[in-house]
Design a binder for this molecule. Structure first.
Ligand code: XMP
Length: 510
């Protein structure tokens, strides 16, 4: 890839945000840990140094050798990156004696400099640092300051080296994206050509080259990532892509048939495998959440392996891995992490795991996967689907799993989710579902005393599932949904709504 930006990660919580902002400018970029500067820098047209929780003055702080970069490739230091460039080039970085967190306003902006084209005086920026740059390197030119930070932005004379104390990547820096664009486009000369359409075109031709006329196997889950990966591969190699969609008996009501039909309508070469009985038999009597996950994982591998063997001479296994799964960032607590998340256990691999792996989405963030999907005309319904856990309803049935409990929960879940759609609430919620609780409670229906199950409804807003808050659904909606569930689903006489945030609760109950 020519037209590429390298982001060196010093462990800031915002490093991924820098990458997202750059990508939003339709410019491709990659994140690498600060101590893994690539030998060959020829494909990078610009480098950005991230922030860091460290102080440049501390011995164990990241101190990489930038001799291949500084003065040779356009370079932008952000926060720690800016302090690093000052500290190692004759400037002075010291603990700050004024508060430098949160909102600040840029003043004395050199708006005739390309770096600050279009930036207005008083523009809001976001600060988060405890050290400050007291003295700049000798050949530095100040480009802006704030009330508390005299060297808020500077450049090195005679080089395309720029540095800013604030964070252009965060939402609260109101003109941050323009500053990044100025640096990348006006100074580094990058082209803004990295669009979803361009991604599809280049990926399809790369896949054709890589895979040729080989057969590829892919496991579809109904989720966004595996669907987009399948459609991309199908564009590239057509019927040589063999998709397998397994029903583990723990999907939503009618989900297996509806999604299978959609996949067929998309022209995918897909085989639906109803292995419900295998999963539910294996789960009988298991109440422990991790035990359930292990059983489901193992049965899935067995079923998938059986099916994969039926595709004769397959050479490749395609996966819908995305960038946050493979990104190799710096871990603040344990130094640079050398581990890339592994999806599979290496001991005793089943045959399909010995296939060569192809991962067409592994450089994309989730929102980019959706945009690529949209550019290939995948329906908004499929792309906007709420996340659904691999073990499915098994981790929403507290305690042991029986076919009857699955059937009850499927009915409850369908009323809740259909209701969200009807009320126009589905897209306002990040994830929603129902939990079947292991408690019976007393109720009364007509003149009859009942002693039946309780279900909990959960709807959360989130961006990545790491933190989440419950959604304030309208009372009228909750009232109607609760009535409908109790009236229509035999065995349920009580509905509660979960108002816990994550943390301290989790999204799923198991
Ligand atoms: P928690 O419950 O940890 O869930 O707050 C965060 C997100 O992860 C999903 N989740 C899973 N997904 N296998 C999956 O594929 C699992 O075992 C699993 N457990 C939780 C959950 O649905 C939510 O989106």
């Amino acid at each position: 890839m020519q037209n590429n930006v390298l982001i060196l990660d010093f462990g800031s919580q915002y490093t991924q945000l820098i990458a997202r902002r750059v990508r939003e400018l339709n410019i491709f970029c990659e994140i690498k840990p600060y101590n893994k500067v690539p030998e060959d820098m020829s494909s990078y047209k610009a480098v950005i140094l991230s922030g860091s929780p460290f102080s440049v003055r501390s011995e164990d702080a990241p101190h990489p050798d930038l001799s291949k970069i500084k003065g040779k490739i356009p370079l932008l230091g952000v926060c720690y990156g800016a302090q690093y460039l000052a500290h190692f080039n004759g400037g002075k970085v010291e603990p700050s004696n004024t508060r430098e967190y949160g909102r600040a306003r840029l003043t004395n902006i050199k708006s005739d400099e390309p770096f600050f084209y279009g930036i207005i005086g008083g523009s809001q920026v976001w600060m988060s640092h405890s050290d400050t740059i007291q003295d700049l390197p000798e050949n530095a030119v100040v480009l802006a300051n704030t009330a508390d930070v005299k060297n808020a932005a500077y450049r090195i004379d005679g080089e395309d080296t720029y540095a800013i104390q604030f964070h252009p990547e965060v939402y609260h820096t109101s003109q941050g994206k323009i500053i990044l664009q100025n640096f990348l486009v006006h100074i580094a000369g990058l082209e803004q050509t990295w669009t979803p359409d361009a991604f599809v075109e280049t990926t399809v031709s790369q896949l054709r080259e890589k895979v040729g006329t080989d057969k590829v196997i892919l496991g579809l889950s109904g989720g966004v990532d595996s669907t987009v990966a399948a459609v991309l591969l199908h564009k590239a190699i057509g019927k040589n892509l063999h998709c397998i969609f397994v029903n583990n008996g723990l999907l939503r009501k009618n989900e297996f048939q509806e999604v299978l039909d959609q996949y067929e309508d998309m022209g995918l070469n897909v085989k639906g495998v109803d292995a419900s009985a295998r999963f539910l038999d294996a789960l009988a009597g298991e109440s422990d959440p991790e035990g359930k996950r292990k059983i489901i994982g193992k049965v899935f591998i067995d079923v998938f392996d059986d099916e994969a063997h039926l595709v004769k001479d397959a050479k490749w296994l395609a996966q819908g891995t995305i960038y946050p799964d493979v990104i190799e960032s710096v871990s603040v607590t344990g130094g640079p992490s050398a581990t890339i998340k592994s999806h599979h256990n290496v001991g005793g691999l089943p045959d399909f795991m010995k296939l060569k792996v192809v991962e067409p989405l592994k450089m994309l963030f989730k929102d980019e996967v959706r945009r690529v999907g949209a550019s290939m005309k995948i329906s908004g319904d499929r792309l906007g689907r709420h996340p659904f856990p691999g073990p499915g309803l098994a981790i929403r049935i507290l305690g042991d799993i029986t076919r009857e409990k699955v059937a009850i929960l499927q009915e409850v879940d369908a009323i809740f989710i259909d209701g969200l759609r009807e009320w126009g609430l589905y897209d306002k919620v990040w994830q929603a579902g129902a939990m079947l609780l292991p408690v019976n409670s007393v109720g009364v229906m007509g003149d009859e005393r009942t002693y039946e199950k309780c279900v909990a409804l959960r709807a959360v807003e989130s961006t990545d599932g790491m933190t989440a808050d419950w959604v304030d659904l309208p009372y009228e909606f909750l009232q109607k949904t609760s009535n409908e569930i109790i009236n229509k689903v035999p065995g349920v006489n009580r509905v509660v709504y979960d108002i816990s945030s994550k943390p301290p609760a989790t999204i799923e109950w198991e």
